[in-house]
Design a protein around this ligand. Structure first.
Ligand SMILES: Nc1ncnc2c1ncn2[C@@H]1O[C@H](COP(=O)(O)OP(=O)(O)O)[C@@H](O)[C@H]1O
Ligand SMILES: O=P(O)(O)OC[C@H]1O[C@](O)(COP(=O)(O)O)[C@@H](O)[C@@H]1O
Length: 303
């Protein structure tokens, strides 16, 4: 079974205006509210391509209820720990350019954390666990590595999509896949990455440090896959950017969807790349039909 764990889900509040002016009254042209958070988005895209997963993590308050209802409507199985605190709201502003404002997230008690950790004891050999997104500040920033360590001997494929130390910390526990974008890759090593050739030496280092597969996504510049000493590049298909929120999560979902059918890592990377662009070219997360429409244009080359 595939499990996604979102420690810090969100309602993503999308607002659109022609011209956003800081320090002035701005009126919204259009808005919408969608369930968000990285693991939740992975579960939603998996569902869109006909693959079941169980979404877990923490949810609370009226905002948490909104997410529960949305996932139920989409028929996505869930096993969230219900918390006293309130799930955050993240603002996604689309004006002259895209701006994101992400909340810190609610307080999580020790008891609530234990309820979640107990769930991981039920995981079985061959399961996939996606640990994705920020960790609420009341929890240890080392939580992902603690979970990966616990699962090391159980033959579970752990996928981590997180930033900085949260990502670096899991590497000794051999994650099956990590997916930093190029900014996050640069942050890990204290460098600025602008191009494919800038990214290559640092992607290779993540493999040397323990990751089995590394995808470095580079928005409109395409993406790279690192496996052992091999490096592959996937291009971007033609289309018009409508929304980049959830594009990275779609790459992860696409990779898992394809890999769980064929166990072919390079093809999984190609499908993931198509899924990322499919979301970038959609209002909201991509439909399976959009991925298949773009797939023929996505070529993977060894470099
Ligand atoms: N402007 C874009 N045009 C086409 N594809 C895009 C665009 N932005 C993102 N994508 C696709 O989505 C993937 C993930 O986007 P990226 O912005 O790198 O990740 P994240 O959302 O994690 O920051 C990219 O590798 C690419 O396949
Ligand atoms: O947990 P974080 O790092 O604050 O990120 C959460 C945000 O990322 C998203 O999952 C989107 O992520 P991507 O654009 O990287 O795919 C949003 O739904 C959510 O608001």
């Amino acid at each position: 079974m595939i499990y996604t764990c979102t420690l810090n889900p969100s309602i993503d509040y999308f607002i659109e205006m022609d011209d956003f002016k800081i320090g002035e009254l701005n009126r919204i042209k259009d808005d919408s509210k969608r369930p968000g958070g990285k693991g939740i988005n992975v579960s939603r895209v998996l569902k869109n391509v006909g693959i079941d997963s169980v979404a877990t993590g923490f949810l609370g308050g009226f905002t948490g209820q909104f997410i529960t209802d949305s996932l139920e409507q989409q028929n996505i199985p869930t096993n969230f720990v219900q918390i006293e605190g309130e799930t955050r709201i993240n603002v996604k502003l689309r004006a002259q350019s895209e701006t994101e404002i992400n909340g810190q997230g609610p307080f999580i008690s020790e008891g609530e954390l234990q309820l979640l950790l107990n769930q991981f004891n039920q995981l079985k050999s061959g399961d996939i666990l996606v640990l994705a997104g920020s960790i609420p500040s009341s929890l240890s920033p080392n939580l992902y590595e603690e979970i990966a360590n616990r699962l090391l001997e159980k033959n579970i494929k752990v996928i981590v999509d997180a930033t900085k130390e949260m990502l670096k910390g899991v590497l000794p526990y051999k994650p099956f896949l990590i997916k930093p974008n190029h900014h996050e890759l640069g942050e890990i090593f204290g460098v600025s990455i602008h191009s494919v050739s800038d990214a290559i030496p640092y992607g290779k280092r993540l493999v040397e440090m323990g990751a089995e597969h590394v995808i470095v996504s580079m928005a409109e510049k395409g993406s790279l896959l690192f496996v052992q000493d091999r490096v592959y590049y996937a291009n971007i298909p033609n289309g018009k950017l409508l929304n980049s929120v959830g594009a990275g999560d779609s790459v992860v979902a696409g990779f898992i969807a394809s890999y769980s059918k064929n166990s072919d890592v390079v093809e999984a990377f190609r499908f993931g790349a198509a899924a990322g662009s499919a979301t970038a070219y959609s209002e909201g997360l991509c439909a399976g039909t959009k991925i298949n429409e773009l797939l023929a244009q996505v070529k993977v080359e060894a470099i």
